[in-house]
Design a protein around this ligand. Structure first.
Ligand code: ASN
Length: 330
């Protein structure tokens, strides 16, 4: 039995009164009805409508609810796999979060969505959902961690990012490529994903904000801390550089006990201490920040939220964050 958990997004959209889409209105049963013909003799499916939201509205509480539903379903031996439908705007965030808490997934957990709603011409919703159910039911998908299925490709949740705001090839794994492909009813897995070790999570997730760096821009870190941010991700330039006058502000945050991590805003490739000059990553790390390897800012944010959500994690955040961020290196 495959458990279909729906959370909203364009894949569950209905037409609104103005002609635009209302994301998330369709319940799970209606989604399944719409693709029944495409499933042929596919797996038996049990449905659950958990959320009906556009994905820009998914918050930390929702992430914990989705994770909890996965854990509960996976504890039931009748569940062979889980498919989660989700809006594409933050699909990679939820998939990444689940990857950090669920581990290698001996029974597959697959996330999908669509760029066009079911009622729109050429909708990718039926294809993506049928493919996701097929991937969740396949023995070859076991132990590969959380997977994202989109446009006949299978991505690791550790690597996937939304790469187009509208094209049906909405997702990619920049620098790596998909871990598998869906060729009709045949699944091909040319690569095995390396799976990070699960991270314990507390009952609530603390607030961590993302600060984009740009040449000559002002550093809002003091204001964000004053407003209640408990950790910060600086989405930095290139290998991890920030404007030179940001460094004292980062040192102030460090002295006040606020974790600061550095990602590269380039979209592909890790941060690295390859320069020494004012504002270089080497100076930023000397001021107390930690590098986030090749994680996106959104991945780093969720990782830091998870690490800080338990007292043990908060006490040891630097080592735990760095280890988890570097999961893909050997
Ligand atoms: N294609 C989509 O699902 C986008 C939509 N705005 C969402 O993320 O909910």
């Amino acid at each position: 039995m495959i458990h279909l958990l729906t959370t909203g997004g364009t894949i569950a959209s209905t037409p609104g009164t103005s002609g635009r889409n209302v994301a998330g209105a369709l319940p799970a049963e209606a989604l399944l009805d719409a693709i029944d013909a495409g499933l042929d003799a596919g797996p038996a499916v049990h449905t659950e409508s958990l959320l009906q939201k556009p994905s820009n509205a998914i918050n930390g509480e929702d992430l914990c609810r989705i994770a909890e539903r996965c854990e509960t379903r996976l504890a039931d031996p009748s569940t062979d796999g889980i498919v989660i439908t989700h809006g594409t705007d933050t699909l990679e965030d939820t998939a990444w979060f689940l990857q950090q808490v669920l581990g290698d997934c001996p029974r597959p957990v697959v996330v999908t969505g669509s760029q066009r709603a079911l009622h729109e011409r050429g909708s990718d919703a039926p294809r993506n959902l049928v493919d996701a159910l097929r991937v969740a039911a396949a023995t070859g998908s076991r132990g590969q961690g959380v997977l994202v299925v989109f446009d006949e490709a299978i991505h690791s949740a550790s690597l996937v990012r939304k790469i187009s705001s509208y094209r049906l090839t909405g997702f990619g794994s920049p620098g790596y490529g998909p871990v598998g492909h869906i060729d009709g009813t045949i699944l091909r897995y040319p690569l095995n994903a390396r799976i990070p070790t699960p991270i314990p999570r507390g009952p609530t997730l603390p607030r961590v904000d993302i600060v984009p760096a740009a040449a000559g821009s002002a550093c809002p870190i003091d204001a964000l801390r004053g407003d209640g941010a408990q950790g910060l991700i600086i989405d930095a330039l290139g290998r991890g550089q920030v404007p030179p006058d940001w460094v004292p502000t980062i040192a102030r945050a460090h002295a006040a006990g606020c974790p600061v991590a550095i990602t590269s805003s380039t979209g592909s490739g890790p941060v690295a201490e390859v320069y020494e000059y004012p504002g270089s990553l080497e100076r930023v790390i000397a001021a107390g920040a930690v590098g986030a390897d090749a994680l996106s800012a959104r991945q780093a944010r969720l990782l830091l939220m998870l690490v800080l959500s338990t007292p043990e994690g908060a006490a040891d955040w630097r080592a735990r964050f760095a280890t988890a961020a570097g999961w893909s290196t050997v």
